[in-house]
Design a binder for this molecule. Sequence first.
Ligand code: CTP
Ligand code: MG
Length: 235
Amino acid sequence: VSVAAIVPAAGRGERLGPGAPKALRLLGGAPLLVHAVRALSRARSVDMVVVAAPPVEVASVRALLADHELGAEVEVVAGGRTRSDSVRRALASLPPGVDIVLVHDAARPLAPEELVDSVARAVRDGADAVVPVMAVTDAIIRVDDGGRVLDPLDRSGLRVAQTPQGFRRAALEEAHRVAAANGSGSLGDDAALVSRLGIGVLTVPGSEEAFLVTRPIDLVLAEAALARRRARGVR
Ligand code: CTP
Ligand code: MG
């Protein structure tokens, strides 16, 4: 069984504010993408990594990743307009023989390699699709167009979805085929696309370090989390 990890990294990072594409912004002196690819290639379960880079950055990302001696075989393809387009392009480039595909956001630089292995293991053990989840801490409310609160949501039935998500390759390919065909590819992450096919998606415990770097404050948190990790002697 061969496992490939796809890394969507082609977004601009609008919510992070002006600057380089988010995947290339620095954390502890290295781009977010390098951290994410390092975690994947250190995970024992991952055989190869395919990065979907911003189209104008493909050559520079290739050079960047070659510079960092990341272990696993790393390929770089041009990403697309939406995250789903980027995943679809990377998926199309996978060689035959890959049976399990993980999808992991470049913007989750501190996801632990243990999390990567636990997701891959759950697929290897028979799940078609796996998503790591965390409890929702904030109260989530639905509002109408005027910003008035509609109904209260019961937090106990809600989870925050993280990556890496893991899939039997055929399930992920089918989900993206269907999503592309009916133009719904930008609605939800990969687990959501697979779930929409009626395929069961298993949840496994996520990690508080696997948070998505979205806004400027998240980079501050990531720097602190990385410093804590280094103080403990990890990496
Ligand atoms: N992504 C991608 N291709 C796109 C859009 C997003 O590969 N066309 C990737 C991002 O690079 C990121 C991941 O999908 O690693 C999660 O998306 P998000 O956190 O939304 O990143 P951005 O789209 O870059 O950020 P923003 O939405 O703030 O612009
Ligand atoms: Mg985005």
